[in-house]
Every structure is written in structure tokens, then in C-alpha cells.
Design a protein around this ligand. Structure first.
Ligand code: 1BO
Length: 272
């Protein structure tokens, strides 16, 4: 499995996203994903499935240190002491003594960023997370975070797929050496009816989803496609036996626009 490296973190390029997965079907899909070769699982406090993710990891029989686990801290826990306490609660739900990556799930303008980053630093120093990072941070917020963080930040997890151009954030991540981790990488299935992706996929004997994931990994991003269907797990990971040409990459980049965003909330920052 290809990996993405940033500030000492080695992140398997394809992970399993678990947003909106719950209960027994969540633990089953996590367990099955690991059996099929996934080595990277993404969860979050707000998904309310950390317990099931932990069960799935243990059920797979894999050794804990062979799988890269990310969780994300919800914005109501960003005061420093709150942050470390809530990471401990996540670990209790996961039944793990550490995770590989802890991310701030969304920016929170109501808590001073330097305080939250201090809390993240404590999480890392206490050995509760091997690495820490950001999610849904804009260019301005990345710049602020990088200027004040007491510990290396390794990634920014953002919505990214062929229909959403993210040029400015990608450039900032590149500048600061942050890995880009794409959520909703296949645009929640909307890619399947796109003529360009369909044509490129047919040429390689692949599916549009595989072409999207290949396009992301080939530009150096990690991706965490979510699926609740076991048959999709193998499809999403089988992207290492082909490479897109420069012309195909460019054609897929041309599908993107700022209007392609799927995830937007009242609490979202002003996007770039
Ligand atoms: C509010 C959850 C967004 C996806 O991580």
C-alpha cells in the first residue's frame, strides 16, 4: 500500500472513512476492510462510532501497531484541558492506549487557536497520539496554525474530489509540508454518472471511483472513501495497478470548481 509522508508521519494513502457508519455494520465493515488489506481507518468523536471502530479493529485480528487510526476532536472540546480529557475519552471508547493521528475536526473561532494547539501538543507529549493535525482549515487558518503550533502538524483533512477545486488550500499544505487527506473523495457517489470519468475509467478497465482515488493518490494526497458495502471495499483499494496519464490528470482537474462543495455548515469557515 502506497503511503504519504509528512513530518515523520507515514500514512497509508487509502483509508476507510466511517462518517455515518454505526453499530454492528460499522464494526463489520472496519473488520472486513482490514482483512482485505486496509491499514488506515478514520473516525471522529462526532460520528459516535469510535467504540464500533475499535471493535472492528480488534475483530480483524490485526496487531494494533499495524493499522493507522485517526480520530477527530469535536469543536466543543478545544480548550486545552478539555481537549486532552476528550482524547482520553475517545481512547476509552476505542479501547486503545493511543491513536496514530488526532485532528481538530473543524476550526472553532470561539476558542483561541494557540490555546487549542497547546492542548494538541499536550496530547502528543502524553503519548495519546503519535501525530496531530487539522481538518477543514482554510489557507488563512493554516498559516495562523503553522505560526503558533508548539508541535509539528502533519495534515489537513479536507473535502476534495474531482468536482471541488482546492488549489489554494493544496498550495498552502504543500508550502507547509502538510499531507492532504481527502474526505468525500468520490463526491458521495456523484462521480459515477460523469461522462469524462466514465470514459477515462473505461480506457483503463477501471471504475470511475477507482479513477478518482487514483487521481488523488497520484497527486500525493491520501483519501478516505467511506462505504457501507463490503463489495466496494476491494474496489476502492485496487488502484495501484494503473497510472493516469498527464492528459487524464489534467482533464480530471478541469472538472473542479468551487461550486462543487458538498459539505457546508453554518459553522464552516469562509472557504478559499
Ligand atoms: C460534521 C462531520 C463532517 C465530516 O467529517
Amino acid at each position: 500500500m502506497q503511503t504519504i509522508q509528512a513530518h515523520g508521519a507515514v500514512i497509508p494513502a487509502i483509508g476507510l472513512g466511517t462518517w455515518e457508519l454505526s453499530g454492528r455494520s460499522c464494526s463489520r465493515i472496519v473488520e472486513q476492510a482490514i482483512r482485505l488489506g486496509y491499514r488506515h481507518i478514520d473516525t471522529a468523536q462526532v460520528y459516535e462510532n469510535e467504540r464500533e471502530v475499535g471493535e472492528g479493529v480488534r475483530g480483524s485480528g490485526i496487531k494494533r501497531d499495524e493499522v493507522f487510526i485517526t480520530t477527530k476532536i469535536w469543536t466543543t472540546h478545544f480548550a486545552p484541558l478539555d481537549l486532552i480529557r476528550s482524547v482520553r475519552e475517545s481512547l476509552a471508547r476505542l479501547r486503545m492506549d493511543h491513536v496514530d493521528l488526532v485532528l481538530l475536526h473543524w476550526p472553532n473561532p470561539h476558542v483561541a487557536l494557540h490555546e487549542t494547539l497547546r492542548g494538541l501538543g499536550r496530547v502528543r507529549e502524553a503519548g495519546l497520539a503519535r501525530h496531530v493535525g487539522l481538518s477543514n482549515f482554510t489557507v488563512a487558518l493554516i498559516e495562523q496554525a503553522m505560526a503558533m503550533t508548539p508541535v509539528p502538524l502533519v495534515c489537513n483533512q479536507i473535502e476534495y474530489h474531482p468536482f471541488l477545486s482546492q488549489d489554494k488550500v493544496l498550495a498552502a499544505c504543500r508550502h507547509f509540508g502538510l499531507a492532504v487527506m481527502a474526505y468525500s473523495p468520490i463526491a458521495r457517489g456523484r462521480i459515477k454518472n460523469d461522462a469524462t470519468l466514465g470514459r477515462i475509467a473505461a480506457r483503463y478497465g477501471k471504475t470511475p471511483a477507482q479513477v478518482c482515488l487514483r487521481w488523488l493518490v497520484q497527486q500525493g494526497a491520501a483519501a478516505i472513501p467511506r462505504t457501507s458495502r463490503i463489495e466496494r471495499l476491494s474496489e476502492n483499494i485496487a488502484i495501484e495497478d494503473f497510472a493516469l496519464s498527464d492528459a487524464d490528470m489534467a482533464e480530471i482537474f478541469a472538472l473542479g470548481s468551487p461550486a462543487g462543495r458538498l459539505t457546508n455548515y453554518a459553522f464552516s469557515p469562509v472557504w478559499d
